[in-house]
Design a protein around this ligand. Structure first.
Ligand SMILES: CC(C)(COP(=O)(O)OP(=O)(O)OC[C@H]1O[C@@H](n2cnc3c(N)ncnc32)[C@H](O)[C@@H]1OP(=O)(O)O)[C@@H](O)C(=O)NCCC(=O)NCCS
Length: 174
């Protein structure tokens, strides 16, 4: 079954809510995406649909981060959340969404994409803990990974790698 991946439009709001409230055991992820949109921090939401039926299968959200390298701001984004409806899992939908998100953000000129997730899943796209090393983040650790989108980074010490403010509520389990 072919998957169509498209940037979300305003008419997709109910599908976005449906995917997030179904895929996560608490409402925090749905609230996160809404708050990111309200705060103007949401860069992109990609929606995966069945090409034949147009039924929603999953989504990935990309938000702006505050990142510094060598004392200068570096254009960087966070990939989160990623969600695929239970009936559509195991068929490569998540992989297609992450690949499309990387492609979009590379073309948009972002330097870095950060994720907080399972290394076993994200390493296949090139995310490494090494690339996230040295950045100042409350999420720093074995699950905090980054991907260099333009094949290199400016020289200089790593500074902050702050997620948008809406993520703070997620960390508190809201
Ligand atoms: C995680 C999730 C997005 C995966 O969706 P999916 O469409 O089934 O994933 P894919 O079919 O593209 O999986 C690709 C591969 O990743 C693997 N994978 C999936 N979830 C994984 C995880 N949590 N850890 C490690 N590997 C994982 C799959 O086994 C598959 O491996 P394979 O290609 O070697 O067989 C989906 O299970 C989901 O929505 N879960 C609930 C929400 C969630 O936990 N989101 C992630 C954190 S934001």
């Amino acid at each position: 079954m072919a998957i169509a991946i498209q940037p979300a439009r305003p008419a997709d709001a109910a599908d976005i809510d449906h995917v997030l409230t179904t895929c996560f055991p608490r409402p925090a992820e749905a609230k996160l995406v809404r708050q990111l949109a309200i705060d103007g921090e949401l860069v992109l939401v990609l929606i995966a649909r069945d090409e034949a039926t147009n039924a929603v299968q999953g989504l990935v959200a990309i938000s702006r981060m505050d990142v510094a390298i060598g004392g200068d701001p570096a254009p960087a984004v966070a990939l989160a959340p990623l969600a695929v409806l239970p009936d559509h899992r195991g068929g490569g939908v998540a992989e297609a969404l992450v690949t499309a998100a990387i492609d979009h953000m590379r073309r948009a000129g972002a330097l870095l994409m950060f994720v907080l997730g399972e290394p076993g899943f994200y390493q296949r796209f090139g995310f490494t803990t090494d690339a996230a090393q040295g950045f100042d983040s409350p999420y720093a650790g074995p699950f905090f990974m980054a991907l260099e989108l333009q094949g290199g980074l400016p020289c200089g010490p790593r500074g902050v790698a702050h997620h948008a403010e809406a993520f703070a509520a997620l960390a508190q389990g809201a």
